[in-house]
Design a protein around this ligand. Structure first.
Ligand code: NCD
Ligand code: ZN
Length: 336
């Protein structure tokens, strides 16, 4: 059996910098036509020059593959209208992190005072810059996303013309919120469609499945599967592929992030196939994102076939992927 995907997009990707960028950028660029690149570098991407320089480093690292890095800026409440106008053409979205909630988010927002955020959000709304949000409070780890939903609702109500993307949703509460507000959208990762907290910590601890938001309960995964497999028009694939060096994962104080970029399409094909939903994968992995963001990425046809593919144990001796050393039921046969 063969599956052809037209212009796959990854609408939430961590490409990092330096040596890690060199390793991971070609892996995404090979099978994806474009990706929304997260700005949580050290220091975070906060100026037009930083956006331009990072885009150039990505372009160098991605090799000959046809691939567009859609850039993002790290949200700050003190951006001026003039700056936002200047940076508008360099970016596709602005990413808001609560302070300290995940990897390299120390410079994020504390307190969610709508009055403090309003000036920047108002200008973003006027300029048509979507807001991508890491929606977690600093409450109990399993409840953080559900507790954040009222904040999403306040934002969605206060800025009805602002496109708000709930990033990497993991709960049935977030799925339910999608249909309550016209301007709320969501990305869903590969790993949250496969795993629950049991897979992370139910047996021996699996550091390579540890990420933020933490994987949740079976009923949450079911809710995510329903909208992803059903090609809900407001959900997009965003891998949140977040590589860390092996020694940062297999360590006390394990870094959060699952590395999935090189196996994302194979893993999605396996999942959609097992659920008899292959016909909906195109919408989830490309069409919805193109419509929601209004982008026209370069054409790329990726052909997959149903035959076993062994996921590498490690890439460049540095970064361990999800499903390392395991066999997936689908492989990529060509991407052009
Ligand atoms: C991401 C990272 O490592 O940058 N980690 C993660 O667990 N997902 C940051 C993020 O998206 O939360
Ligand atoms: Zn992320």
């Amino acid at each position: 059996m063969v599956l052809s995907l037209d212009t796959p997009l990854d609408m939430h990707l961590h490409l990092r910098d330096g040596e890690m960028l060199e390793i991971v950028a070609p892996l995404s660029a090979e099978t994806f036509s474009g990706a929304l690149v997260m700005p949580n570098l050290v220091p975070p991407v906060t100026t037009a020059q930083m956006v331009r320089d990072y885009r150039e480093r990505i372009a160098k690292a991605q090799g000959a593959h046809r691939f567009v890095p859609y850039m993002t800026l790290f949200f700050r409440s003190d951006y001026t209208p003039e700056f936002l106008e200047e940076v508008r053409d360099e970016i596709l979205a602005i990413k808001l992190y609560p302070a300290g909630i995940t990897t390299n988010s120390e410079g994020g927002v504390s307190g969610f005072d709508l009055e403090e955020l309003a000036p920047v959000l108002g200008v973003m709304s006027d300029l048509g810059i979507p807001l991508c949000v890491h929606g977690e409070t600093n409450g109990f780890v399993m409840d953080r996303e559900a507790e954040f939903i009222p904040i999403y609702e306040r934002l969605a109500q206060a800025f009805p013309d602002l496109k708000i993307v709930m990033e990497h949703i993991t709960t049935k509460e977030a799925v339910a919120a999608l249909d309550r507000y016209e301007n709320l959208y969501a990305t869903i990762t590969l790993h949250h469609l496969y795993i629950t907290l049991d897979d992370v910590a139910g047996g021996l601890l699996q550091p390579h499945l540890f990420c933020k938001p933490i994987a949740k309960r079976p009923e949450d995964r079911t809710a995510l599967l329903n909208v992803a497999l059903g090609a809900h028009p407001k959900v997009m694939f965003g891998s949140d592929s977040a590589p860390h060096p092996r020694e940062a994962k297999e360590a006390p104080g394990c870094a959060a992030g699952v590395f999935t970029a090189p196996l994302a399409l194979q893993g999605l094909a396996q999942l959609f196939d097992r659920h008899g939903a292959l016909a909906n994968l195109q919408a989830f992995v490309s069409d919805n994102a193109r419509r929601i963001y209004g982008i026209t990425p370069p054409d790329k046809e990726v052909v997959l076939e149903k035959s076993p593919w062994l996921v590498p144990e490690i890439y460049e001796g540095t970064v361990v992927p999800m499903f390392a050393g395991q066999s997936l039921e689908w492989r990529v046969v060509s991407a052009k």
